[in-house]
Design a protein around this ligand. Structure first.
Ligand code: ATP
Length: 323
């Protein structure tokens, strides 16, 4: 194996640049020629790749987003589109590909592997829903960005005795909302995995005021059935009866942006170097992540089609802390 390529795909996550940098530098150190692909799988199909030197990745470890760019390419599910991608790689005499991304991106990588091209994945998504890595690149920074917002909102919530709702990202997975809720001292956390009625939330908020709290914060994942819009509507109607309304802040893409924290920079660096180590040993068809504090490479056959399950004890803990 002489030449490897790296791409970032799907939603960008803070720390992706640290992983790109590590793949390039550890790759060069291991004697590989390293190529960078622009805009994920789309760049492969459109033949947008070039050789990267150590210096090409200087000064990027502290940057959010991804210097390679990312894209979503739903057509990558089609064999013919993947064949075009493989032919770009073969034309450039690339022997293996490193895919930095979340669940969807790793499903794409697993398909390439099944088609016969050597691929190694790096677990990177702020959703933290990938089986094969306890933390994924970007989650820690996203949690801290959301906390900064919550801490500010809490100040005004206390001053005005108001209830606030903060919506975090997370279409299918409530991990981010749950951890933000625990660390932000929320009175209620609403996630897609556990149904809660607006009436239950009303009871939690009333209880918070009745036990003497000066503020009430609800954290909701965007994918929950009773999301920010639905709860906003419910509380607007109920305000005359219950005596307080719910002010809504949607964090949205703010959570993805900004500089990666120290944890994600180190995680990205370790996973990037880990992917190169795997390729140097001639291994592929695996996702590189951290399990129980150590680097781990999990075969794609064990992770594709699965989603990391939320720890119900964490949800319980959020409830106990809210009282
Ligand atoms: P995040 O969830 O953090 O946004 P992700 O990697 O899960 O990141 P997706 O949009 O789900 O983001 O997937 C990124 C890209 O991966 C898709 O646009 C598509 O090109 C490819 N992809 C997703 N699912 C598959 C699949 N089943 N087969 C082949 N390619 C896929």
């Amino acid at each position: 194996m002489k030449r490897i390529a790296v791409l970032t795909s799907g939603g960008d996550a803070p720390g992706m640049n640290a992983a790109v940098r590590a793949v390039v530098r550890a790759g060069v150190e291991a004697g590989f020629d390293v190529w960078g692909v622009e805009r994920g799988y789309r760049g492969l199909v459109e033949d947008r790749m070039r050789r990267f030197t150590r210096r090409d990745v200087s000064g990027i470890i502290q940057l959010g987003g991804t210097i390679l760019g990312s894209a979503r390419l739903p057509e990558f599910r089609q064999k013919a589109v993947r064949t075009a991608a493989v032919s770009t790689l073969q034309k450039a005499r690339v022997d293996a590909l490193v895919v930095i991304g979340g669940n969807g991106s790793q499903a794409g990588a697993a398909s390439l592997w099944k088609d016969g091209f050597p691929v190694v994945g790096i677990a990177s998504t702020i959703d933290n829903d990938l089986v094969g890595s306890d933390p994924t690149i970007g989650v820690d920074t996203a949690v801290n960005v959301a906390l900064e917002a919550i801490d500010r909102i809490k100040t005004t919530a206390s001053a005005h005795h108001r209830a606030f709702l903060v919506e975090t990202m997370g279409r299918h997975c409530g991990y981010l909302a749950l951890v933000v809720g625990i660390a932000g001292g929320a009175e209620a956390v609403i996630i897609p995995e556990i149904e809660q009625t607006p009436g239950q939330i009303e009871r939690d908020l009333r209880a918070a005021y009745e036990c003497g709290k000066s503020h009430a914060i609800v954290v909701v994942a965007e994918g929950a059935t009773n999301n920010a819009d639905r709860l906003g509507e419910y509380f607007r109607k109920r305000e005359p009866d219950i005596g307080f309304g719910l002010r809504i802040t949607k964090l949205g893409y703010v959570q993805r942006g900004g500089a990666p924290g120290g944890f994600d920079r180190v995680l990205g660096t370790r996973l990037g170097a880990g992917a190169v180590e795997l390729l140097a040993r001639g291994e592929a068809g695996k996702l590189v992540g951290m399990l129980n504090g150590a680097l781990a490479a999990t075969p794609y056959v064990e992770i594709i089609g699965k989603t990391k399950e939320l720890d119900p004890k964490l949800f319980e803990l959020a409830g106990i802390m809210a009282k």
